[in-house]
Design a protein. Structure first.
Length: 208
């Protein structure tokens, strides 16, 4: 609900402002046409948001599954590769003792997929995905070899709509952060010392 409010408020503000701009442009057909196009796109965003909220509500009613992260993460990666056959990657697993049990559902699958897509969009070659864990948490590192990320964007992650891409509102990244937070985890972005962006996801081990 909080994420929906964060998304819905600026969209509603944009709709009001566009209505005012349209009234002021009554004698300019070209400007009216552009404003109507923008308004239709805002309405489409609001409609997509409603569908996302409805879908999230249905998923929250179902209990998350408890999965071994060593089996769950490769499954997420393989499903992602079906959609991104252009990507080359390397998946590494820690040899740490113990079983890294995680609470997961389809929203968490999609959150990790979003982060993988961000890495692939930055540079589709040689993406490294590593799974580690300790006695309390699971750590998933995703490293690309793209141009890196500005620290301003990294510091704002989860606070507003920021994008790691040259175009885009960063809504996908915002929702990804919100989903991982819902599972008690967090996302951080860093510039890797050898180049590219390192995305770190930390999730708590399941106590069940």
């Amino acid at each position: 609900a909080g994420t929906a409010h964060e998304l819905g408020t600026p969209l509603s503000t944009m709709a009001v402002l566009l209505n005012e701009m349209r009234a002021d442009a009554a004698d300019n057909p070209d400007q009216i046409r552009d404003i109507d196009l923008l308004r239709s796109q805002v309405d489409a965003c609001k409609s997509h948001l409603r569908h996302l909220v409805d879908s999230a509500d249905r998923r929250r009613m179902a209990s998350p599954a408890i999965r071994d992260a060593r089996e769950w993460l490769p499954g997420v990666v393989q499903r992602w590769l079906v959609l991104r056959p252009d990507v080359s990657h390397h998946l590494e697993m820690s040899d740490q003792r113990g079983t890294p049990w995680l609470e997961v559902d389809t929203t968490l699958d999609q959150a990790i997929t979003n982060l993988l897509n961000n890495a692939a969009d930055a540079a589709p070659d040689a993406i490294t995905i590593r799974l580690d864990w300790n006695e309390s948490e699971v750590i998933i590192d995703i490293r690309d070899h793209g141009p890196g990320i500005s620290m301003e964007i990294a510091d704002q992650l989860g606070e507003t709509f920021v994008s790691t891409k040259s175009k885009g509102l960063g809504i996908g990244l915002f929702l990804t952060h919100a989903t991982i937070n819902r599972f008690g985890g967090g996302v951080s972005l860093y510039n890797h010392p050898d180049g590219g962006t390192l995305t770190e996801v930390i999730l708590p081990l399941s106590k069940s």
